[in-house]
Design a protein around this ligand. Structure first.
Ligand code: HPA
Length: 250
């Protein structure tokens, strides 16, 4: 069933498994040509508009980053009528001003992932599309997100390069040092191939990156604690609904 009424889709990352405040919600299990999505898409009213929400890791966080069916997720949202998608991603900060609880709207990506299904073009008979990916995120949606954060009184950093790693383990200090030399400002495990698949479907797509920790070797701690990651993430996640509300008003 397709629903052309969806104003915005939100893909929730670690720490965001449902969308607080979504009213009159209905849950849609979408049959996709790529297999099952991460779960049901929840469609409801938020800030007077129609919002679709999908938990990237499943509602009980049962899917690690390399096992997320990114193609099915984006296909399902597109099928339900979404044309604008915000991906919320937990990340580690590499740049000094991107410490725990910072919120960043990145403008570039370097993809270090491997073995993931990265394109809709790799099934027999599919049209081969070489999408332009010079700017991996939709510029107008990035600007809308930044304006929405300003309106909500939430500080958000404009720009930064997201390095997408395979996970599920965190990185070594040497890996992060290399990523820094490459120009990465943030590191996360789920930003790709999501952004590229969105572009293949002509979806407007931007990333709202929530910094959970300093990446390996970038902070004072010798080790990264998962408890701390989730505590920082919870604090940053609480600021997502006001930003989305601002986005829907723009
Ligand atoms: N590395 C990769 N992904 C992450 C991190 C990190 O340090 N923190 C949260 N997601």
């Amino acid at each position: 069933m397709s629903n052309p009424q969806i104003d915005l889709a939100v893909i929730g990352g670690s720490g965001l498994y449902d969308f607080p405040g979504l009213q009159n919600a209905s849950r849609h299990a979408v049959d996709t040509p790529y297999g099952p999505a991460s779960g049901k898409v929840v469609v409801g009213d938020f800030a007077g508009r129609r919002v679709a929400f999908l938990a990237r890791h499943g509602e009980s966080h049962s899917l690690p980053p390399h096992r997320v069916n990114y193609r099915a997720n984006l296909w399902a949202l597109h099928h339900l009528g979404a044309r604008k998608v915000v991906g919320v991603n937990a990340v580690g900060g590499i740049r000094a001003d991107m410490g725990p609880r910072a919120i960043v709207v990145p403008d570039q990506v370097i993809d270090y992932t491997h073995g993931r299904a990265t394109s809709f073009c790799d099934v027999d008979g599919a049209e081969v599309r070489h999408i332009d990916f010079s700017e991996p995120y939709t510029g107008s949606l990035r600007q809308e997100l930044l304006a929405a954060a300003r309106h909500a009184g939430v500080a958000a950093i404009d720009g930064g390069c997201y390095g997408a790693t395979q996970g599920p383990r965190l990185e070594t200090r040497a890996e992060i040092a290399r990523m820094r030399r490459d120009g990465c400002d943030l590191v996360g495990m789920t930003g790709m191939p999501e952004a590229a698949l969105a572009r293949e479907l002509d979806l407007a797509y931007a990333c709202l990156a929530l910094v959970a920790n300093f990446a390996a070797g970038c902070g004072d701690e010798a080790e990264i604690s998962i408890e701390e990651i989730f505590a920082h993430l919870a604090a940053a996640t609480a600021r997502v609904p006001p930003i989305v509300a601002g986005l829907l008003k723009s």
